[in-house]
Design a binder for this molecule. Structure first.
Ligand code: G1P
Ligand code: ZN
Length: 543
């Protein structure tokens, strides 16, 4: 098997962000761009010689070609074995499971998550470590350093073998195993949940609509929900993955999953609605005519996780990203379990999960997961919900109303200002940062500020300190305002404004969401001069 060494030079901007290296697809297709980065993944993690990796992606445009390049480079770098999903398909959670189950050295996941795909869309490459989770910063920093020093990369001269057929082939000394992408994941879900109870739920006429958004969860949801659990055929919609996600935006929120929202608001709406994103790690949950915010979903799942076999008496703690609402904190307090607040990005949950300190984790951005893998997991969240509803008996909307009646409601919304000039975004953040120390005690929009800081996280396990993770302003009534810049955008800067207003258990939980948030929205404008800095009077995306 002839291998060659190709001379190259460093390419600017190959610094992994919140979730790997994410760029325009066209950028990744520039010859040498992907090759440089893949070589640096190997070089930054002690070389590929003798190692085993899981490789797969969400099926977006360029997925299969990129996997061909990775196979040729892994073989040329001396890797012993690759485990690849058939046709290059693996959801992010399925890849995380395979990395752990087969005790591999890590995995390379190709996805730009919920960003649009296609020739003019986005592409991404993420390295996951041997625990199955996104590489922690010390690894991504080492990879990045290599990208600034690289002089050559190694690649097989021949094309890679056929990844469309289940089976094995070799390239030099490297064995490539092409496996069914769903099998191992389905087995894991069977181990966690009461499939019998969920089957009975469907037999009794319970109806679900799962929108796979033309993305990777189509085959997973069809096999598990329809084939294994007996949901009627057609319960999974947009089930065939397409390279450009059917021209859509595979982001499961009320704006982009509008087809699901329309179905769930119709006269004959199913009992339960859900959607997942490009690579299958996010989830959106709906009841009839009701969107369950991801922050509320995390709180409710924590409150009722004991109804699922894997979690009964086993929830040691819970963790949420800092911008996620404080609804789950109230549940944790009542359950007398710790609640950790981490920076944005799933990688920060890894140490807590590995140490057994957190069992359930979640982010406001439609990410929920548990210690079963080291990624968030869209279909897992749907199955935990179905397990809970099957065992509890109440309708999801009723369950949530009862929850608010007991804990109070954290009204919550995120306002995104997209593609704003980087300098304008940075000016806004630094001006706000300057003001922070003087804010406590001041009143704004009729609310008194109790605390204000730029969030810093001291990891309780490895003592690493991560600073400047977003500005948070808390009010004495339990409401809160958070602002940070996105780490996953590929064009300009995205300002995220996270708004939370707390109304206690005896208050009105039926207000219009944006109206209820009125004072917090006004406080955001008054403290950060958003209109002045961005030139926009309303957010581009409100979720
Ligand atoms: C976004 C979400 C964050 C999530 C990440 C990767 O990152 O806000 O919660 O972990 O995508 O899916 P951001 O663009 O805000 O940096
Ligand atoms: Zn994703």
């Amino acid at each position: 098997m002839p291998f060659k060494t190709v001379q190259t030079t460093p390419i600017d901007g190959q610094k992994p962000g919140t979730s790997g290296l994410r760029k325009k697809t066209a950028q990744f297709r520039v010859p040498g761009y992907l090759e440089n980065f893949v070589q640096c993944i190997f070089d930054g993690t002690g070389g590929a010689a003798g190692k085993t990796y899981v490789v797969g992606g969400d099926g977006r445009f360029f997925n299969a070609e990129a996997i061909g390049i990775i196979i040729r480079m892994a073989a040329a770098n001396g890797a012993a074995r690759l485990i690849i999903g058939q046709n290059g398909i693996l959801s992010t959670p399925a890849a995380s499971n395979l990395i752990r189950k087969y005790k591999t050295d890590g995995g390379i996941i190709l996805s730009a998550s919920h960003n649009p795909g296609g020739e003019n869309g986005d592409f991404g490459v993420k390295f996951n470590a041997s625990n199955g989770g996104p590489a922690p910063e010390k690894i991504t920093d080492a990879i990045y350093l290599k990208t600034t020093e690289i002089t050559d990369y190694k690649i097989a001269e021949e094309d890679a073998g056929d990844i469309g057929t289940i089976g094995s082939f070799t390239m030099g000394d490297c064995r490539i195993d092409v496996i069914d992408p769903v099998d191992d994941y389905e087995t894991l879900m069977q181990d966690l949940f009461d499939f019998e109870a969920i089957r009975t739920l469907f037999q009794n006429g319970f109806r679900i609509c799962f929108d796979a958004m033309h993305a990777v969860t189509g085959p997973y949801a069809t096999r598990i929900l329809e084939d294994a659990l007996g949901a009627p055929k057609g319960s999974v919609i947009n089930a065939v993955p397409s390279p450009d996600f059917g021209g859509g935006h595979p982001d499961p929120n009320p704006v982009w999953a509008s087809e699901l929202v329309a179905i769930m608001s119709g006269t004959d709406a199913p009992d339960f609605g859900a959607a997942s994103d490009g690579d299958g790690d996010r989830n959106m949950i709906m009841g009839k005519n009701a969107f369950v915010s991801p922050s509320d979903s995390l709180a409710l799942l924590t409150a009722y996780a004991h109804l699922a076999p894997a979690y009964a008496g086993k929830v040691a703690g819970v963790a949420r990203s800092m911008p996620t609402s404080q609804a789950v904190d109230l549940v944790a307090e009542r359950l007398r379990i710790p609640c950790f607040e981490t920076p944005t990005g799933w990688k920060f949950f890894g140490n807590l999960l590995d140490a057994g300190m957190a069992t359930l984790c979640g982010e406001e951005s439609a990410g929920t997961g548990s210690s079963h893998i080291r990624e968030k997991d869209g279909l897992w969240a749907v199955l935990l919900w179905l397990n809970i509803l099957a065992r509890d008996g109440r309708d999801i909307v009723q369950l949530r109303a009862d929850h608010w009646r007991s804990f109070g409601r954290n009204y919550y919304s995120r306002h995104d200002y997209e593609e704003i000039p980087t300098e304008a975004a940075e000016a806004l953040v630094s001006a706000l940062r300057e003001k922070l120390a003087a804010l406590p005690g001041q009143s704004v929009a009729g609310m008194e500020i109790s605390a204000a800081d730029d969030f810093a996280y001291l990891d309780p396990i490895d003592q690493s300190l991560t600073e400047r993770q977003g500005i948070r302003v808390s009010f004495t009534d339990g409401s809160r305002l958070v602002m940070r810049l996105s780490g996953t955008g590929t064009q300009g800067a995205t300002l995220r404004v996270y708004l939370e207003r707390f109304v206690d258990h005896s208050g009105d939980h039926t207000q219009d969401l944006q109206a209820a948030l009125g004072p917090v929205i006004a406080a955001a404008e008054s403290l950060a001069d958003i209109t002045k800095h961005t030139g926009r009077s309303v957010a581009d995306v409100i979720t």
